[in-house]
Design a protein around this ligand. Structure first.
Ligand SMILES: [Zn+2]
Length: 338
């Protein structure tokens, strides 16, 4: 019996059988290719993934959450919650009360009551063990529980080595994993540096196709094909940006007046004197400048929000100002591959 291979978000999902339960029983491997646009599959570079889609199951697309950032989307996949609920609102956030930026670390993921799937799996008992290979947020403790197997983000760990390790988790003699989360940082990294249509991204699309073949070969070599389901997905897409659409926000926002948190496509602006009445004047001035700039920018496709309402539901900073190219407003992952 062959495993069900499922590809999501333009990738594929192969669900073999009912959910994995205890040791020696079926297992699930969730694979994420960071920033893998659905239409990357239509470039003739992915024969392995194309084959899996043909023989397994596939979804036409995934609808990513906003903001279209790696950490929020991976945690939404892991928890089933929107960012305003799980609290990972960006790759970085600003702690207003303590006047500090919070980047990747346990504090970013610290939100009581929010439990990722790998932790829930182990809390269910019955010999269930989870393995998390570089999945964002995967090396931290939730409800006092750490994954039985975990590898923090480390680009020095090669891709085949990651596959070898997670297969080792699946066949561990005493605590075999029945749930594995496996993360690859491409093609997001190269697409940020060179653009989604670059030769560098083409190379890494092919490399990801090859690592998919390698994963399958390793599962087969360990006689795991009958009991391991594989879901392959991505967290968001990627859009090319031309020089005409690049906005240098420091041209009109003083870094002495505002803190700027995170990076494109969503930048968070926090007035330094938020509690000072005179700062309100500055904010009003800024708002007017932004309003005028927005009108000017309409020709080059920029849209601006003063505040995201759903962030108000959280205890995280709520005074977000966001700017990103108008053409990118639609959810990237929503674009159908075919
Ligand atoms: Zn990402």
């Amino acid at each position: 019996m062959r495993p069900l291979w499922v590809v999501l978000g333009g990738l594929c999902v192969a669900l073999a059988h009912p959910a994995a339960t205890a040791r020696g029983d079926r297992a699930l491997v969730v694979v994420s290719f960071d920033g893998f646009r659905p239409d990357y599959l239509g470039r003739g570079l992915t024969p392995v993934l194309d084959g899996l889609r043909a023989e397994g199951s596939r979804a036409a697309y995934m609808h990513n959450v906003f903001p279209t950032k790696t950490f929020p989307n991976h945690h939404s996949i892991a928890t089933g919650l929107y960012p305003e609920s799980h609290g990972v609102l960006g790759n970085s956030v600003y702690d207003v009360a303590r006047d500090r930026r919070i980047g990747y670390g346990p504090q970013l993921y610290s939100n009581p009551g929010v439990t990722p799937i790998w932790t829930l799996n182990q809390m269910a008992g019955g010999g269930r063990h989870s393995g998390v290979m570089m999945w964002p947020g995967g090396e931290f403790s939730y409800n006092g529980v750490l994954p039985t197997f975990r590898q923090p983000y480390d680009l020095q760990v090669g891709w085949e080595s990651r596959v070898d390790t997670v297969v080792g988790w699946l066949v561990h003699p005493s605590t075999p994993a029945n749930l594995v989360m496996l993360y690859f940082e491409e093609p997001d990294r190269r697409a940020h540096a060179f653009g989604p249509d670059s030769p560098e991204v083409r190379y890494h699309i092919q490399k990801l196709d090859n690592i998919t073949r390698y994963l399958r070969q390793k599962l087969a070599a360990h006689n795991l094909m009958d009991r391991v389901n594989v879901v392959q997905l991505s967290d968001h897409g990627m859009e090319a940006v031309t020089l005409a659409r690049i906005i240098n926000i420091t041209d009109f926002v003083s870094t002495s007046q505002f803190k700027m948190i995170d990076t494109s496509p969503v930048i968070q602006l926090f007035p330094v004197k938020a509690c000072n009445p005179s700062a309100l004047v500055d904010v009003c001035r800024l708002t007017e400048v932004i309003r005028r700039r927005t009108q000017e920018w309409s020709s080059c496709g920029v849209l601006l929000w003063k505040k995201l309402e759903y962030f108000e539901k959280t205890h995280k900073p709520a005074t977000f100002t966001t700017i990103f190219p108008h053409q990118n407003i639609r959810p990237w992952g929503y674009r159908q591959s075919n």
